[in-house]
Design a binder for this molecule. Structure first.
Ligand SMILES: *Cc1c(COP(=O)(O)O)cnc(C)c1O
Length: 388
């Protein structure tokens, strides 16, 4: 009964998306035209942010956020280890030092108590990661950041559409970063965005994404001038009109897709919640989760079945289980450059040995969800019998 291979995440592109991209392909602007502005406004409206700046990737968006804060040599930025490497890399791009603060054992979200312990006179900012799609404890993080005059950046690449105490992700930090990589909630192929309530930060990011040149190609063409000045060092981090056309079309489907993600997560949760062998990550009641990932932990790998074995058995059944993530401080680059090592963040390190991400994407059918659950059960052996 094996269906198609089920990856942990998968984009969906339909005829509407194709038509939207093709329309831009035969227009005057392939890049930096009117659709970039439309997409920025649409995402800004969706998340309730005043300013939105489109960038060529989530990584470019994180880098731009660090640049806008003026992060430089010797500056420290506190980040969680349970994330994609880009969350820490963006600090290094600017010559700063990422300082790893451990996560909460039940949610794997940045632990505010650990953040407090990592603050030094060099700390300039905190990057919170809404791991798996669940918002961090922003009230606690904001309080810490306010007390120590630190900027708070949300890496919400997993959490487009999530809420915390009824407030939208996108309004909870000084800047919030989204990714439009095909594995994420909506895609532009590659792409990202920074949203903020601060027009000055938005201005700096716009400059940074366009070589440090204030007037872009479109503005110059429209005003009929050739003159421009480069006032700061920047990059080419622009997102194109082509990509934004895809993004606009995808965004229209986001509410439906979020609802389906929550429905699938509910199906997983209702079957796994009283298992003795695996436990889904805890969802906090104040959060509306965006479920980019559905992460379970093997409770007692010591009882005989290792994560590797479960992973292998799922793969054999055509299930693209995955592991998110190798704690960033354990990567060779960080060990060699910053001397980080095992023991620095024990909660994340322990979780790393136990976690598996199950397939979760809106186009999954109920039968496919059932197939994943049945396969997990088989992979874990007779765990149900043993519970009784
Ligand atoms: C995807 C992701 C990024 C990077 O986004 P890209 O668009 O792939 O550059 C950064 N942080 C987290 C937590 C992510 O999941």
């Amino acid at each position: 009964m094996a269906p198609r291979f089920l990856p942990y995440a998968r984009h969906a592109v339909d005829q509407e998306d194709l038509a939207a991209v093709c329309a831009v392909l035969s227009s005057d602007w392939l890049t930096t035209g009117p659709v970039v502005d439309q997409f920025e406004e649409a995402v800004g409206n969706f998340v309730g942010a005043r300013e939105a700046v489109a960038l060529s990737s989530g990584t470019a968006a994180l880098h731009s956020a660090m640049a806008a804060l003026g992060i430089g040599l010797g500056d420290e930025v506190i980040v969680p280890p349970m994330t994609f490497a880009a969350t820490a890399n963006c600090v290094v791009f600017q010559g700063g030092t990422p300082v790893f603060a451990d996560v909460d054992p039940e949610t794997l979200l940045l632990d505010p108590g650990q953040v407090r312990q990592r603050i030094t006179s060099r700390t300039k900012a905190v990057i919170a990661v809404d791991y798996a799609g669940q918002p961090c404890d922003y009230d606690a993080l904001r309080e810490i950041c306010a007390r120590h005059s630190l900027a708070l950046v949300a890496d919400a690449c997993h959490a487009l559409g999530a809420t915390y105490k009824g407030r939208k992700v996108g309004t909870l930090a000084d800047m919030t970063v989204f990714s439009f990589h095909p594995a994420k909630h909506i895609t532009t192929g590659e792409g990202g965005m920074v949203v903020t309530g601060d027009p000055e930060l938005a201005r700096r990011i716009r400059l940074f994404r366009n070589h440090g040149i204030a007037a872009d190609h479109k503005q110059r063409a429209l005003s009929g001038t050739w003159y421009y000045e480069m006032t700061a060092l920047g990059y080419n981090y622009r997102l194109s009109d082509l990509q934004c056309a895809l993004g606009m079309s995808q965004l229209r489907k986001l509410p439906r897709w979020l609802a389906r993600r929550r429905e699938i997560a509910q199906k997983y949760a209702s079957r796994l919640h009283n298992s003795a062998r695996v436990r889904p990550l805890k969802k906090r009641p104040e959060n509306e989760h965006a479920y980019h990932l559905y992460v379970i932990r093997l409770l007692r790998p010591d009882l005989g079945i290792s994560r590797e074995e479960v992973f292998k058995r799922l793969r054999q059944r055509g299930i693209g289980a995955n592991v998110h993530y190798i704690p960033v401080h354990l990567h060779p680059f960080y060990r060699e450059t910053f001397g980080t090592r095992r023991g620095l963040c024990p909660v994340a390190e322990k979780a790393y040995d136990q976690i598996i991400s199950l397939p979760l994407f809106p186009a999954m059918t109920d039968d496919e969800v059932e197939y994943v659950l049945a396969s997990l059960e088989a992979a874990l052996g007779a765990w149900r019998a043993k519970e009784r």
